[in-house]
Ligand binder design. Structure first.
Ligand code: PGA
Length: 255
C-alpha cells in the first residue's frame, strides 16, 4: 500500500502572529498548490487564527501543538478540541516529549486527548520516543511500545487511517544528532508491528509513522526513503521556509 507522505512543521514556542503569517505566506507560495505530499504547519495557539486565514486557498493544512480533552469549562489556560476545529485545525500534536518531560503528561492523559481529538475530527499526531539513557539501557522498544499502546488503547482499527504516530528519539530532538536511517527504520518497523498487534495488518498499513529529531534538508532524503518512514515532524528546520520546503521536495521526489 502506498501511504502519502506527511511533512509536519512543529514550530514549538516560536513566532508571534505576524511572524507566523509571514512564514506561512512563503510556504503557500512555494508548496501551497501541490498535493503529492501532505503538508502541515503547527504554529503556537496565538497564531492559529491568522495562519488559518493565510492558508485558506492552499493545500497546506494546520495543526495545533497540544489541547485538553474536555469540551469546555473550568480548565484555566487550556484549549478544547472544538475551539481548534472552529479555526479549521486538521491535526493536533499530542504527547510530545517536551509535554511529557516538562509538563508531566502521562500515557493515561495522552490517551484521553487522542480519543477526544478523533471524536472532534482532529487527526492526532501521537509522539513517542526514548531518552538517551533508555536507548543505552536497551529499553528503546519497550519504552516505545508502552507509549504506543498507552496512547492508542482506546482507539479502534476503524480510526487507523486518521492516526499519525511520530517516532522522535528524545536524544535527537533539537540536538543535531539524528538517528541513522537504519536505526530509525528499525523502530518504525517495530511500531508498525505494534500497530499490527493492536489493530491487524490492514489497519496498521494505513497509519503514517513520521520520524522527528533534527530532521533537515540534508538528511531528509535518506530517512524518507526507508520503508516505514512516512514523513517527518520537523522542529528547527520548519522555522524557515527554504529548509522546510526542501524537505517537502524530498518527499515529493520519492512519491
Ligand atoms: P527538531 O524537533 O527537528 O528541532 O529536532 C523535532 C520535534 O521536537 O518535533
Amino acid at each position: 500500500m502506498m501511504r502519502k507522505y506527511l511533512i509536519a512543521g512543529n514550530w514549538k514556542m516560536n513566532k508571534n502572529a505576524s511572524e507566523s503569517v509571514a512564514l506561512v505566506k512563503e510556504l503557500v507560495q512555494a508548496a501551497g498548490k501541490q498535493s503529492d505530499v501532505g503538508v502541515v504547519v503547527c504554529p503556537p495557539f496565538t497564531s492559529l487564527a491568522s495562519v488559518s486565514e493565510a492558508l485558506a486557498d492552499s493545500t497546506i493544512e494546520m495543526g495545533a501543538q497540544n489541547m485538553y480533552f474536555e469540551k469546555s469549562g473550568a480548565f484555566t489556560g487550556e484549549i478544547s478540541p472544538e475551539m481548534l476545529r472552529h479555526l479549521r485545525t486538521s491535526y493536533v500534536i499530542l504527547g510530545h516529549s517536551e509535554r511529557r518531560a516538562i509538563f508531566g503528561e502521562t500515557d493515561a492523559l495522552i490517551s484521553k486527548k487522542v480519543v477526544a481529538a478523533l471524536a472532534n475530527s482532529l487527526k492526532p499526531i501521537l509522539c513517542v520516543g526514548e531518552t538517551l539513557a533508555e536507548r543505552e539501557g536497551g529499553k528503546t522498544l519497550s519504552v516505545v511500545e508502552t507509549q504506543v499502546k498507552g496512547g492508542l488503547q482506546d482507539v479502534s482499527a476503524d480510526d487507523a487511517d486518521r492516526v499519525v504516530v511520530a517516532y522522535e528519539p528524545v536524544w535527537a530532538i533539537g540536538t543535531g544528532k539524528t538517528a541513522t536511517p537504519e536505526m530509525a527504520q528499525e523502530v518504525h518497523a517495530a511500531i508498525r508491528g505494534m500497530l499490527t498487534a493492536l489493530w491487524g495488518a490492514e489497519a496498521a498499513q494505513k497509519v503514517r509513522i513520521l520520524y522527528g529529531g533534527s530532521m533537515n534538508a540534508a538528511n531528509a532524503d535518506a530517512l524518507l526513503a526507508q520503508t516505514d518512514i512516512d514523513g517527518g515532524l520537523i522542529g528547527g528546520a520548519s522555522l524557515q521556509s527554504h529548509s522546510f520546503v526542501q524537505i517537502v521536495e524530498s518527499a515529493r521526489k520519492l512519491s
